[in-house]
Write a protein that binds this ligand. Structure first.
Ligand SMILES: Cc1cc2nc3c(=O)[nH]c(=O)nc-3n(C[C@H](O)[C@H](O)[C@H](O)COP(=O)(O)O)c2cc1C
Length: 312
């Protein structure tokens, strides 16, 4: 059973993933946030980031988002030219900026374009492909019309987030529809959504024994030891989790400091990460970190986090 780290735009960049793997060991697969077209070309910043990795991150799959076969072609070529042999297709992004243009979750209801893209995938001997998708754009049964195309395409796996795009990332999980999706899909299925503790992972794997794995996003951001705890089948005490987490962020701060220019940019990267930890470190500590305007104030605020949880 595999654990995948979900792509989270703005958070799980290659520096984050690389530092994460050094501290907690690599997950089975991780993904870049989606790479997109800008002015007819792969967005420079996305490609530069991928090209700048000195040592390849184990099991890193670049993800692309596209609105037609041309965009798919340009982006998959760009990624393959950097030496990547696995590519993930984003059919799940719910943001109207993408879906209004037919990208992300809108692709679930665009069977013609997907048929063209899937024909290109079938003819491509140079890379393997996976798909990350939702149940639908507006209604949770929209996956059904796309499934024959998905099943007829050679894919390494399909990741399912069992919500519609209209729901974004919260609200009801369509559990019955997800079960039908998993049964209907002929590829290995990875389940994604709301897995925040080792028991959440166990529960979903018990409910769907056919699953190939679990993909975790916010759960791993808030608790980076989650995959390791699950693998060890032992929950770490809070103090141990937090101590390791603080060490991890100290390395991350160092890695960003080497690559980014100026304190403001570094703080812009680090501060949102700590906000995911508010339930663990308490409101007061999270607020002090959020208010830090210099690295010195940031480090002072981090240094004052109570490992014993006295302030929470
Ligand atoms: C801020 C943010 C950015 C995201 N960026 C991406 C992305 O680039 N590609 C993608 O496939 N999913 C993206 N997602 C969705 C996550 O990969 C994941 O599917 C979602 O958070 C649900 O899983 P979780 O409950 O484990 O977090 C993003 C989610 C959030 C909240």
């Amino acid at each position: 059973m595999q654990i995948h780290f979900a792509p989270i735009q703005g958070y799980t960049d290659t520096i984050y993933l690389d530092t994460f793997a050094r501290h907690y060991g690599p997950v089975d697969r991780c993904y870049t946030p989606f790479i997109r077209i800008e002015k007819g070309r792969p967005r420079h910043q996305d490609i530069a980031r991928l090209a700048s990795i000195a040592t390849p991150i184990p099991n890193l799959t670049p993800q692309i988002i596209f609105r037609d076969a041309d965009e798919f072609h340009i982006l998959s070529d760009a990624v393959k030219n950097l030496g990547y042999k696995a590519i993930d297709l984003n059919l799940g992004c719910p943001y109207p900026m993408q879906t209004r243009k037919g990208r992300g979750a809108a692709m679930i209801v665009n069977a013609d374009t997907m048929a063209q893209v899937c024909a290109l995938i079938a003819a491509d001997a140079d890379a393997s492909y996976s798909v990350k998708m939702r149940l639908g754009l507006e209604s949770p049964d929209q996956w059904r019309s796309l499934m024959p195309t998905i099943n007829a395409t050679p894919l390494s796996h399909v990741t399912l987030h069992p919500r519609t795009a209209a729901q974004m990332y919260d609200g009801e999980i369509h559990a019955d529809e997800a079960a039908e999706f998993i049964a209907a899909c002929s590829h290995p299925v990875v389940y994604n959504g709301d897995l925040r503790s080792p028991s959440d992972i166990d529960a979903i794997l018990n409910r769907h024994p056919r699953l190939h794995g679990a993909m975790i996003g916010r759960g791993l951001l808030a608790r980076p030891s989650l995959a390791e705890e699950w693998r060890q089948q032992a929950q770490w005490p809070r103090e141990e989790r937090l101590r390791r987490h603080i060490d991890f962020y100290a390395s991350l701060l160092h890695a960003y400091s080497e690559r980014l220019c100026g304190e403001a940019q570094i703080l812009q990267k680090m501060k949102p990460l700590w906000q995911c930890l508010e339930p663990e470190i308490g409101r007061k500590a999270a607020k002090a970190i959020a208010k830090a305007t210099t690295l010195a104030k940031y480090e002072k605020a981090v240094g004052e986090i109570s490992l014993r949880g006295d302030d929470i």
